[in-house]
Design a protein around this ligand. Structure first.
Ligand code: GRG
Length: 298
């Protein structure tokens, strides 16, 4: 556990330096949006998605410099989703990663634009990454836009999160939380792993293995997030807690209760670890990361 935290911290230090370098200031008042984009993207995230992407690509011998543009664009897109999620029209949050959310630090219009700016810059940055072969780049652009979009991607998941209504039918509620997780949280985590396989030109079987690993850690990640919202320490988690409960949200905790949800996360984590055993010692960090996802306290 400590080892993977150390590894993740070391990765983040290098990744953060390279990511910050992607945001050069521009002349004029329009620099305000660049500042807001940089503020949000450099605001202390765990960098789980870029780490996953680089680590999956490394299974097939791809180096950090080649993976970086894909990892950076994924983090930009993730950061946009958090800015928009925090807006008053969505989750209406004042705190993110322990700091004022983008619309609190700047204003609502700037936060909307900063999200738009990060979403579009993600694709611009990825599509211009000459270090990645053109056909691989195109596949990544396609996969990332599908993962983020409104046809079964993150935007669909967010829509379900806002508008789905819980029913008296337990089975129906469990099916909704499963679909919600798969799209809202799962698709970007899946993309991270699949992009690693695509960069490494992995065969179909290895790619499927990584997708399956990503689905298991994705569910475990969401369960951990739901548990933290219910019983986490706000000063450590860095965002306003107990909102799921007060807003009557679909969560694993609401559908299963804390103990059952915890058991489910543990089972999924063990399955995820087994899933990638076939890669041998090269996959050790990915196995440790699966454990860290459910044991983290922020
Ligand atoms: C606005 C289209 C749109 C989508 C927003 C990501 C998202 C969808 C909402 C965030 C709400 C939430 C709690 C989602 C579940 C898990 C999640 C994505 C948590 C945040 O990711 P972390 O923990 O964040 O990796 P850091 O700050 O470490 O990058």
């Amino acid at each position: 556990m400590t080892d993977i935290v150390k590894t993740l911290t070391e990765f983040s230090q290098k990744f953060n330096q390279d990511l910050a370098a992607c945001f050069s200031p521009v002349q004029g008042a329009e620099n305000r949006v660049i500042e807001a984009m940089k503020y949000s993207v450099m605001n202390g995230g765990k960098r789980l998605r870029p780490y996953l992407l680089c680590e999956c690509a490394a299974l097939f011998g791809v180096d950090y410099d080649t993976s970086f543009p894909a990892a950076a664009s994924l983090e930009m897109l993730h950061s946009y989703s958090l800015i928009h999620d925090d807006l008053p029209a969505m989750d209406n949050d004042d705190l993110r990663r322990g700091k004022p959310t983008c619309h609190k630090q700047f204003d609502e219009a700037t936060a909307i634009l900063a999200g738009d700016g990060l979403l579009t810059y993600a694709f611009s940055y990825l599509s211009q990454a000459l270090i990645i072969r053109p056909e691989i780049r195109l596949t990544l652009v396609q996969l990332l836009s599908d993962a983020a979009g409104a046809f079964g991607g993150m935007v669909s998941g967010q829509t379900l999160d806002i508008y789905a209504v819980s029913s008296a039918d337990d089975t129906e509620n469990k099916s909704i939380i499963a679909r919600l997780e798969e799209m809202k949280t799962g698709r970007l985590l899946r993309y991270a792993c699949e992009a690693g396989a695509v960069l490494g030109q992995a065969d179909l079987e290895d790619r499927k293995t990584l997708v399956s690993y990503s689905r298991k850690i994705g569910q475990a990640f969401q369960i951990a997030d739901d548990i933290l919202d219910r019983i986490g320490d706000q000063s450590v988690v860095g965002k306003t807690l107990h909102k799921d409960e007060s807003q009557n949200k679909f969560t694993y905790v609401a559908c299963y209760g804390i103990e059952k949800a915890r058991e489910k996360a543990k089972k999924l984590t063990n399955e995820a670890i087994e899933e990638i055993e076939k890669f041998g010692a090269k996959a050790e960090n990915l196995q440790l990361l699966a454990k860290y996802i459910i044991e983290r306290n922020y």
